[in-house]
Design a protein around this ligand. Structure first.
Ligand code: AN7
Length: 380
């Protein structure tokens, strides 16, 4: 039997494209290397000739894409001698920060909006031993407080304003290009702070000869941290499409939103931290922003679970909801290849999932007859 080297995480795999020294102690949980799954039933159901892939980032160690950025941010924080990290979070960043801080043996402080984080994420932050500061306010207020307190206390911010976060997250684009042999025509993501859409663009630009030599915004974003001279791999880059929840869509309003609200609590963000970057990504890539209602988001989540067997959290489904609409209305032409990032696992938010499926449970007596009748009545 042939042996393969053990996969040891994205920093090890891409160390020549990341700001890492040979002797840096790497804090990793084996993140990255997530499946790129080709949808088969949904394209057939909508009757369109399109190749849709989903990058299932929910299969990262803590169940979201944040782990790609967190392995870098915590590795660098430890290297720089930090004993504590801090973040504001709608949930996933806090779960990831808590886990990587535990792994590193340092403290994680997390500011979360009271009552507005999904149960699985709260459980993660608690069980990993983070110090949880639940604020009577929303994510945007928490983010502002984190920036202010970091001026006065010895803590490293691990939100995506930490440039190492985007460096780690750019590796998702590398993996996609390596698997497809080219960049897709379209790459679709849910947008909250817009860090992830920016990180993907950095990755695609770094891997593409179409970017020119250190002239695009990719190198403005990286603040000198990227290894852009590392050499191009393919010739093309995707159009980047960013989808927001309608009640939380500052990029659609063209200005910050003060009271964002959506069932997709992960992207309940009205003051995106990567505001300028995201507009540049849209312009450079020739992409667009759009918004989806909560009903569209939940319908897309359910479509993925029932037609493809893939369970993502509501925020993640925004990318699929948006892309299905743009395929139907012809903005995305037939023949296109499309990648949607499914940013977080469906198990993060069991309450919303169960709330959608009340009719799924049949209560019966513990006897053969009702069990048999229920089976015969539900065959398809
Ligand atoms: C599942 O955890 O901001 O546009 O504090 O958890 O890069 O912000 C989460 C964001 C999409 C949006 N999907 O990504 C946090 C947080 C999921 C998310 C986003 C988030 P960005």
């Amino acid at each position: 039997m042939p042996f393969r080297p053990r996969y040891t995480g994205l920093i090890d795999k891409y160390r020549d494209r990341l700001p890492i020294h040979d002797d840096t102690r790497i804090i990793s949980l084996g993140e990255g290397n997530t499946p790129l799954i080709r949808l088969s039933n949904i394209p057939r159901a909508i009757g369109k000739e399109v190749d849709i892939y989903v990058k299932y980032e929910g299969l990262n160690p803590t169940g979201s894409f944040k782990d790609r950025g967190m392995t870098m941010a915590v590795t660098k924080a430890v290297e720089e001698g930090s004993r504590a990290v801090i973040c504001a979070s709608t949930g996933n960043t806090s779960a990831s920060a808590a886990a990587y801080a535990a792994r590193a043996g340092i403290t994680a402080f997390v500011l979360i909006p009271e009552g507005k984080i999904a149960l699985g994420k709260l459980a993660q932050a608690m069980i990993h031993g983070a110090v949880i500061l639940q604020i009577r306010g929303n994510f945007d207020q928490g983010m502002q407080l984190v920036k202010e307190v970091a001026e006065e206390a010895p803590v490293t911010i691990v939100n995506s304003i930490n440039p190492y976060r985007l460096q780690g997250q750019k590796t998702a684009a590398f993996e996609i290009v390596e698997e497809l042999g080219r960049a897709p025509d379209y790459h679709c993501l849910p947008v909250g702070n817009a860090g992830n859409i920016t990180a993907h663009w950095i990755g695609y630009c770094e891997y593409s000869s179409a970017s020119g030599d250190h002239v695009t915004a990719a190198c403005t974003f990286c603040k000198g941290h990227c290894m852009y001279a590392g050499g191009a791999v393919v010739g093309n880059r995707p159009k980047m499409l960013g989808y927001q929840a309608a009640g939380s869509a500052p990029f659609m309003r063209g200005k910050m939103v003060d009271n964002p609200d959506t069932v997709a609590t992960a992207i309940r963000i009205g003051h995106p931290q990567s505001w300028d970057y995201a507009w540049t990504v849209k312009e450079e890539s020739g992409g667009w922003f759009d918004e989806c209602t909560d009903a569209e988001i939940l319908a897309a989540q359910r479509l993925l679970t029932e037609k493809e067997g893939i369970f993502c959290e509501p925020a993640s489904a925004a990318s699929v909801a948006g892309v299905l609409r743009d395929i139907a209305n012809g903005k995305i032409p037939e023949g296109s290849s499309i990648v949607c990032t499914l940013t977080g696992h469906g198990l993060k938010d069991p309450d919303t999932a169960i709330g959608q499926c009340g009719e799924a449970i049949v209560s019966i007596d513990a006897a053969l007859e009702p069990v048999r009748d229920a089976i015969l009545g539900n065959l398809r």
